[in-house]
Design a protein around this ligand. Sequence first.
Ligand SMILES: C[S@@+](CC[C@H](N)C(=O)[O-])C[C@H]1O[C@@H](n2cnc3c(N)ncnc32)[C@H](O)[C@@H]1O
Length: 221
Amino acid sequence: MADDERAKAIGRRYGELAESSSDLSCGGAAGRACARPGETCLDLGSGRGGDVLRLAAAVGPSGFCWGVDVSDGMLERARRDAERLGVRNVGFLKSPLERIPLPDASVDVVVSDCAINHAADKGAVWAEIARVLRPGGRFVVSDIHALADVPEELRSDPRAVAECWAGAVRREVTLAAVRAAGLAGLEVLEESAPYERGGIRIASMTLAGTKPGGGGRKGEE
Ligand SMILES: C[S@@+](CC[C@H](N)C(=O)[O-])C[C@H]1O[C@@H](n2cnc3c(N)ncnc32)[C@H](O)[C@@H]1O
């Protein structure tokens, strides 16, 4: 599947969902990140921006929360809600997750909920998470995984990938990519029972970990 076909299918699906209120998450990543005053957070695949706004409240005026997404509809909705609610310590950036438009070591906490499964190069996303985290920073990521390799004809179907199931990889593949990116202290915080989508078995998992180095959480150093 060409990258532009995947991007178009994702843009179409999430453009339609931007004004809906349907639940698009598959775990509780943002809530489990325990963001603290003064921290800088980043939500990958931030969608309508609800988690960014909640994290912004947790980090307070001395902190900041970025959201990154590729969908114009989602970004517009998130910016509009932030403006309406008068939330100033947030920013929404349009970019694929494989190229996060933030400097090295500039983020304390990365969260993501049900988004990385859409990325064509998941290893590159994890490498970007490791790059933007400051040493000692942490991540909490909820996403789906497949119980067996997804057949090629489904993996290369743009619509099935956009629907949040055919882009899933096996849990071991994710764990290997996270470790290859140099992230450590991995902990599975929650995991759903397996369920079926499009004839394949998937489940969701919330994974936490840290970027080695630094002296721990901001404020404790
Ligand atoms: C299932 S929704 C989840 C949204 C939000 N995290 C939530 O829990 O409500 C997936 C989001 O990821 C975005 N997305 C999908 N593929 C992406 C990519 N390659 N780069 C950046 N964002 C992407 C979509 O536009 C969509 O907003």
